[in-house]
Design a protein around this ligand. Sequence first.
Ligand code: SF4
Length: 377
Amino acid sequence: MVGLYVHIPFCSAICNYCNFNRGLFDADLKQRYLRALEREIRGKADGTPADTVFFGGGTPSLLEPSEVRGVIDACRDSFKLTAGAEITLEANPETVTRDRLRGFRDAGVNRVSFGVQSFRDEELRRLSRLHSARRAQEAFEMAREAGFDNVSLDLMMWLPQQTIAQWLSSIEALIALGPDHASLYLLEIYPNAPLKDTMARSRWSLAPDDDAAEMYLGALSRLDDAGYVQYEISNVAKPGRESRHNLKYWTDGEWVGFGCGAHSTRRGVREKNIASTEDYVQAVNAGMAVETERRVLSVQEQLEEAVFMGLRLAEGVRLDGVRSRYGVDLWERYGEDLTPFVDQRLVIYDGGALRLTRSGMLLANEVMSVFIGPPVR
Ligand code: SF4
């Protein structure tokens, strides 16, 4: 069963920390892009069963409900969308109204993921976000009123000038709303991000690393108490509300991506579409291939990826699954290099699975370096 990813590269304004593939909203380009997108989807029709569709961006909620319906219909006509398929739309709080949300629901969307980032206005302003904390709360309530019983909220931690207590106040505000799912990301500031200059000019700083660790652990422990289950390094959910689409990335699954910059992974082959929106539209219109990269992954690369992604999950990587798919006994091959991490209680090996503890999740990159290339010995 594959997952379908649909990229919508338009935003009303560009946030000062953003490193995604996106550009400013342009009504004419949007029309041309949607026509190209549907053509790409229909051109790749092969009737494979699919059980998830994920509209990511960019800001997919800038589309009209009828446009979202058109894309979902193209997916439905081209792939065997299962009954009850999870159809997620990423949304920015300032873009939604009750009517628009009802429209998205009628179009077939059954899960909304809001980019909230913070419930403190001061922090939202520092990130140049267009919404306020109140607007985010209203957007969530409107989604419930529109009938969405599967809503996710994203928050970002380790923001400029943010203290542990301030971060935890956003977590409390999230818990008070009671979403079904939440993602907690660490703000990453890229070298050329405008936020970097603003921070220097405004003399904003980041809390020390130890505080970042405390933010992460403190948030998870409050979410535990509130009945959320951490199922991945950055994700928690009420039981049964895990993101089925994102689980495909973490469980060595298969997905097909449509739109500019989208990736696909199927049968050990990784493909990436043209990143530029305009170039993508032109390529589709000219009947040319939109993939700029196509790479057959070696067995070692597939194994590394399966382990990297699997270790992100709270349940970890099952050794029998890896053995039957790749013919490799992970503990036999990497056990000696992993033992120091097991001794420090960063990794748990119980004979059947390897998994990171919460402290291990904080140092995930160090642990995962063990699996790159042949074992060090
Ligand atoms: S809304 Fe999201 S994709 Fe758009 S600029 Fe802001 S962070 Fe980037």
